[in-house]
Design a protein around this ligand. Structure first.
Ligand code: BJW
Ligand code: ZN
Length: 250
């Protein structure tokens, strides 16, 4: 795969790289994205499932949806894009991986440090006493699980619309975006805030902004480059290029 001279120069000298990933990076593993074509929001309405009021109104329906998605995620494996980012972490001293995904595939691919902005579907907690449940299952995959300590409703440890992101995690992501010289935005429609602010933060601080996506997005007009195609092909090629540029054969 051929990259522009500008991107190659940036890859050669980048001292700090920040990556933001979204659902598109897991699409080739078989995890449905949210928006577009076969996206989850075509069949399920976010306002009925991905907010706290919907959960209180109908916890069983929300849990049925999460039980289904947990099952999908457990049955898939990380793809070459996840693996390449785990490799990139080893090649760049100041590297930050920020993800909006809750699917844990970055960690399963070997990434050691992942800033999870929207939580993690494998974890849950009781909304009454806050007890954590590392891997709870609804009793029959249809009924919301209850806390064994206080009887309260257990919810997935994910961030729904109208909820604050984990503030310490977001603050770290903002700092990484502000100090990086190369920002890669992979497989996200970049419409959900505040995650979608991170590319702008990077741009405002002088970073080179590269988008990798199957199609143009809200971000494309502001990115220095939009590389259109599959993350599973483009991301490993970028990491290979960086490796070759920094370890030239004599
Ligand atoms: C490929 C590919 C391949 C496919 N290779 N690419 C108006 C303006 C601004 C903000 C707001 C507003 N109104 C409300 C808000 C705030 C709201 C928001 O942003 N809404 C917008 C949608 C308008 N944000 C929030 O509420 C956030 N909290 C917040 O703001 O707190 C402050 C506050 C509190 C109280 C009151 C007011 C303010 C919280 C957001 C939480 C988002 N949660 C979800 C669900 C997580 C749990 C779960 O998974 O169930 O997070 S929503 C969903 O969207 C999920 C994702 O992480 C997130 C982003 O989606 P993503 O990853 O970009 O996926 P897609 O599907 O959109 O895109 C996939 C892309 O991949 C596409 O572009 C494809 O082309 C591409 N692709 N295959 C490369 N092979
Ligand atoms: Zn409890």
């Amino acid at each position: 795969m051929k990259f522009s001279d500008k991107l190659l120069a940036r890859l050669r000298r980048a001292e700090s790289i920040c990556v933001l990933t979204g659902a598109g990076i897991s699409a080739e593993s078989g995890v449905p994205t949210f928006r577009g074509g076969d996206g989850l929001w075509k069949k399920f309405k976010p306002e009925e499932l991905a907010n706290f009021d919907a959960f209180i109104r109908n916890p069983d329906v929300v849990w049925e949806w999460y039980a289904y998605r947990k099952k999908v995620i457990q049955e898939v494996v990380p793809n070459p894009a996840h693996v390449a980012l785990a490799e990139l972490e080893k090649l760049v001293t100041d590297f930050t991986l920020v993800t909006q995904n809750v699917d844990n595939l970055h960690r399963r691919a070997g990434s050691m440090r992942v800033l999870e902005l929207h939580g993690n579907i494998e974890r849950s907690y009781c909304i009454s006493c806050r007890k954590k449940f590392p891997d709870v299952k609804p009793p029959d995959n249809r009924t919301a699980p209850r806390c064994d300590t206080c009887g309260g409703l257990i919810r997935p440890d994910v961030v729904w619309f109208g909820e604050l992101l984990p503030q310490d995690v977001f603050a770290e992501a903002e700092k990484a975006a502000a100090r990086c010289d190369l920002f890669l935005c992979i497989g996200t429609s970049a419409v959900v805030y505040p995650a979608a602010m991170l590319p702008s933060t990077a741009l405002n601080h002088g970073a080179y902004l590269v988008e990798i996506n199957a199609e143009y997005t809200d971000l494309s007009s502001r990115a220095h480059e939009s590389l259109l195609g599959k993350a599973g092909t483009i991301v490993p090629a970028i990491v290979q290029a960086l490796h070759t540029l920094r370890n030239p054969t004599p």
